[in-house]
Design a protein around this ligand. Structure first.
Ligand code: AMP
Length: 358
């Protein structure tokens, strides 16, 4: 079976690597940045199943994929919904999932009104094309309103009430064609300047009740879309509950730990689901795991080479500020051991957030 992946970044590469032992599955990656209508048409024709590694796919390309929507998994509906933050928030609410209060904003007037009704602070975001905290503005005071509009306005925006979260977490699941699901254990996700820096398993201190709620959320969401493949729900933990932030209709950075840390990875189960094969278990196989992103000019090769229980993944990209170049996974027999190993690699963690785990 030929599975064609739209996008050839690190997620596409890891999808490919996850099933190299399965001779009946062949993965090919389409470079969205070098798009050409005829090339895409050929790519779509050759694929038995089409999938994507990113939801940031230009409308023009999505319209070219529409005619093959029957073999596109997860569906085009999910893609279109989760590439727009407004549609996304509405879908979350429809599936019975708690989100921050929000309002659509298309003018400065509407932004003023949104700030009135939501109350400060407000997080203003572009509805499309934002990732890793880009296309966002935190409005703390009335004076910021016009600045925010000038910075990212002039296009469709969503204003969200600021969520006073105690931590960020995520839940990742795969769903097969028969509706069976496997769900990975949750992680603690630490961000810095809008970018994920590291994910820690287990998400310590997260109550059973909140974990059960997150599972209920992801099940409900996946069922709502009759979803096939891997899906991610990013959540804020608050003092008394969980608030959904966003959905990735795909494998996610906070699930990279599953390559070495879980029985099956998020990548492998995505492909197995698409191929109509049985999903593999998602349980963790170590008591503690950490995944650290390597960003900008950090040097994973120097940092992690040769250490026991440390796995280095380099994406083969040129170093650029704010660019994810690779990740490092640490597996350990205990949380203490894991944190010690993380501390030894502390050079890759910005000082501002280092204190959060050490
Ligand atoms: P996003 O691109 O929506 O994932 O946002 C990037 C980061 O901004 C998140 O990981 C949060 O740290 C922060 N953020 C986004 N939306 C909110 C919100 N409504 N309240 C508080 N923080 C937020």
């Amino acid at each position: 079976m030929k599975i064609g992946v739209l996008g050839n970044g690190q997620l596409g590469q890891m999808l490919e690597q996850s099933v190299t032992d399965l001779t009946d599955i062949e993965i090919s990656l389409y470079d969205l940045r070098a798009h050409d209508d005829a090339l895409l048409a050929e790519f779509l024709k050759e694929a038995d199943i089409v999938t994507f590694e990113t939801e940031n796919i230009p409308d023009h390309i999505v319209s070219l994929v529409e005619p093959v929507k029957d073999k596109t998994l997860p569906g085009i509906d999910a893609l279109k919904t989760f590439q727009n933050r407004l549609l996304e928030k509405r879908a979350l609410r429809n599936a019975g999932i708690a989100t921050a209060d929000f309002a659509a904003v298309t003018s400065l007037d509407e932004l003023e009104q949104a700030v009135d009704s939501l109350g400060l602070p407000v997080v203003l975001k572009t509805t499309t094309a934002g990732y890793d905290g880009k296309g966002q503005f935190l409005i703390r005071s009335r004076q910021d309103v016009e600045k925010a509009w000038q910075a990212i306005g002039g296009r469709e925006l969503i204003a969200e009430a600021f969520v006073p979260f105690v931590r960020e977490t995520s839940i990742i699941a795969s769903r097969d064609r028969q509706g069976h699901m496997v769900i990975w254990p949750m992680t603690d996700n630490m961000h810095h300047r809008g970018m994920l820096r590291y994910s820690l398993y287990p998400a310590q201190g997260l109550s059973q009740q909140k974990m059960a709620l997150a599972e209920q959320y992801i099940r409900s969401l996946a069922e709502h879309f009759d979803y096939v493949g891997t899906i991610t729900l990013e959540l804020f933990e608050t003092a008394d509950g969980l608030i959904a932030n966003e959905v990735a209709p795909r494998v996610h950075n906070s699930g990279h730990w599953s390559i070495e840390g879980a029985e099956a990875s998020q990548f492998r189960n995505h492909i197995l689901a698409l191929a109509g094969q049985k999903l593999e278990p998602a349980a963790a196989i170590y008591p503690a795991v950490a995944m650290l992103n390597v960003i900008g000019d950090e040097q994973p090769a120097v940092i992690a080479d040769g250490r026991k229980n440390v796995y280095r993944h380099s994406y083969g990209k040129e170093a650029r500020p704010e660019r994810k170049l690779g990740h490092i996974t640490i597996v350990a027999d205990s949380v203490e051991q894991r944190d010690l190993a993380v501390a030894q690699l502390a050079v890759v963690i910005p000082a501002e957030i280092r204190d959060q785990v050490m």
